[in-house]
Design a protein around this ligand. Structure first.
Ligand code: NDP
Length: 252
């Protein structure tokens, strides 16, 4: 039920952080994995890690803010592995600023990286996901798909919209055998949150106190949800968003 042998996964931003957690989960379940990112050194290190698990893994360079680059990423995956079954839209960024100070350029960078890329990677992958008959799209949202915070107008707008896009794609493509779901990470210890922890001294304590699990999340916490959403076990689950947050979002 959870065996992904013979399936091919493409993970944007799969060369580090949460994306590498997703990639490891898929590889451990038997999928072949294409890692997509900008930083070639990070991709090489991540590839070595996946291959050490016995996985078939390759890497492709992509800038997800460029739709031609997105199309080339999907084409490279299909030409390398012969099919595409699982698309993980994980690449993302954040530029923290108060709404009254947010520039149009920063707004577009965040929206393009987090939201527009998700839409157009899904569009590029669609014919291949449909052809394989067991298509899966896993999008990456955030606690800020649910909550607001003063420094995150662009980021929370993009991540809230990823949840709505997930539902829309799920309704559009269900009859093609494609499920589309979303993961909502809590506070996870990665490069993305290092700046926030440095600049907001109370954050570390807040996470440990509020999250019932009493700790920050780690990329390892994302291995299971990727394997589950991608599996045959989740064939009738679509349009959902599951928090992977140690209970942060349900704490009263
Ligand atoms: P990282 O900074 O470690 O990962 C971000 C990834 O996105 C990198 O692998 C990076 O690849 C890739 N990326 C960014 N911009 C581009 C681009 N233009 N083109 C291609 N790849 C790009 O942080 P996380 O692992 O924490 O973040 C992964 C996802 O998880 C993001 O969508 C983030 O919003 C989300 N998330 C994270 C949370 C956290 O607490 N850490 C909480 C909620 C959501 P490269 O380095 O090669 O550029």
């Amino acid at each position: 039920m959870f065996d992904l042998t013979g399936r091919v996964a493409l993970v944007t931003g799969g060369n580090g952080g949460i994306g590498l957690g997703f990639a490891r989960g898929l590889a451990k379940a038997g999928a072949s994995v294409m890692l997509a990112g900008r930083d070639a050194a990070k991709s090489e290190a991540a590839l070595a890690e996946l291959r050490a698990l016995g996985a078939q893994a390759e890497a492709v360079s992509v800038d997800v803010t460029n739709t031609d680059s997105i199309k080339a990423m999907v084409a490279a995956t299909v030409s390398t592995f012969g099919r595409l079954d699982i698309l993980v839209n994980n690449a993302g960024t954040n530029i923290r600023s108060r709404p009254e100070e947010t520039s149009l350029a920063d707004w577009h960078t965040v929206l393009n990286t987090n939201l527009t890329s998700t839409m157009f990677a899904a569009q590029a992958a669609y014919p291949h996901l449909k052809a394989g008959g067991v298509g899966r799209i896993i999008n990456n949202g955030s606690m800020l798909s649910i909550f607001g915070m003063p420094l995150h107008a662009a980021y929370s707008s993009s991540k809230g919209a990823v949840v709505q896009l997930t539902k829309t794609l799920a309704t559009a493509w269900a009859k093609d055998g494609i499920t589309v779901n979303c993961v909502l990470p809590g506070w996870i210890d990665t490069a993305l949150t290092r700046g926030a922890r440095r600049d907001m001294p109370a954050l570390d304590q807040n996470v440990r106190t509020r999250a019932p699990a009493g700790r920050w999340g780690t990329p390892e916490d994302f291995e299971g949800i990727a394997a589950f959403y991608a599996s045959d076990a989740a064939a009738y689950i679509t349009g959902t968003s599951i928090a992977v947050d140690g209970g942060y979002s349900i704490q009263g």
